[in-house]
Design a protein around this ligand. Structure first.
Ligand SMILES: [Zn+2]
Length: 289
């Protein structure tokens, strides 16, 4: 009995350094992967000067929304988290977690799987998040958007917070707006006149496929007539109430592929980085521009 206890003690004594060793080597492996600094990983001891060590905070906005039977409900969140990660790496920004419980437009709100928070609630919620980010000392905050329903609440929240503050600046941009009608036409990836844009359409499906091909099920959706292009390439905003006889996605989804998605995401990422760098370099220029 005594011998057993002694052996057990010895085993523990030898096992402990090994355990500690594997703990540190795991940590090392995680650090070696190219990853941005994430807010949830900031140590309590680092909080006070975290804003001094990062010129920029990035707050990504996503959604939980039906995107057709072939796409995951987190399509917007997956795309924007992926893009935000790369932009944060390239700009040494501190990356906040993606906000996914957001407002969805009336035409997708009734689909099962869509989680729809009232726009006025989301506006107040975004504003509180931004107030807290500024309170940490950040003077440049980039709200990187992945979902069309966030544009109104996002800009509303920014307007509120900017009115309360004296020095900080807040930038808002949506990833798909870096893929203009002209760009899409020159790439010729999709046959659509609107370049493959549209909710759950081939452009968006390709983008999510570039990050998570395992979550795409093209066999679950049939191709739909391409959506009409009202403006010939210029941006516009059309809000329908419940869209009748619509399966919750648009266009020739069979044209989607991870390769096309990688190309598109890279163009958007490069455009976003250029915008952010220009902003950081010219942030002190007087006036609004
Ligand atoms: Zn979407």
């Amino acid at each position: 009995m005594e011998e057993l206890t002694r052996r057990a003690v010895l085993r523990t004594a030898f096992a402990a350094p090994a355990l500690i060793g594997s703990f540190w080597s795991q940590t090392q492996t995680q650090q070696n992967r190219e990853q941005p600094k994430r807010f949830e990983e900031v140590g309590g001891f680092e909080v006070d000067d975290v804003a001094l060590r990062h010129p920029l905070a990035i707050v990504p906005l996503g959604s939980l929304e039906f995107h057709g039977p072939h796409n995951p409900l987190g399509t917007d969140s997956i795309i924007i988290s992926g893009i935000a990660e790369r932009v944060a790496m390239r700009t040494q920004a501190l990356l906040f977690p993606t906000i996914s419980f957001t407002q969805c437009p009336a035409h997708t709100a009734h689909f099962r799987g869509t989680i729809n928070i009232r726009p006025e609630v989301v506006t107040m919620y975004f504003a509180d998040v931004l107030r807290n980010v500024l309170h940490l000392g950040f003077r440049r905050v980039f709200i990187l958007n992945g979902h069309d329903g966030n544009i109104g609440p996002g800009r509303g929240a920014i307007a509120q917070v900017a009115n309360e503050a004296t020095d900080p600046q807040l930038l808002f941009a949506s990833w798909w707006e870096f893929l203009s009608g002209e760009t899409m036409k020159s790439l010729g990836l999709f046959k659509h006149a609107n370049g493959g844009h549209g909710h759950g359409g081939p452009l968006e499906t390709s983008a999510v496929a570039s990050f998570r091909p395992d979550l795409i099920h093209l066999e679950k959706a049939r191709d739909l007539p391409e959506p009409p292009d009202l403006s010939g390439g210029s941006p516009y905003f059309l809000q329908k109430s419940v869209a009748k006889d619509w399966p919750g996605y648009s266009g020739h989804v069979s044209e989607a592929s991870p390769d096309k998605g990688r190309k598109l995401v890279k163009i958007s990422e490069d455009g976003i980085v250029k915008l952010v760098e220009n902003w950081l370099a010219n942030g002190e220029a007087p006036g609004s521009w």
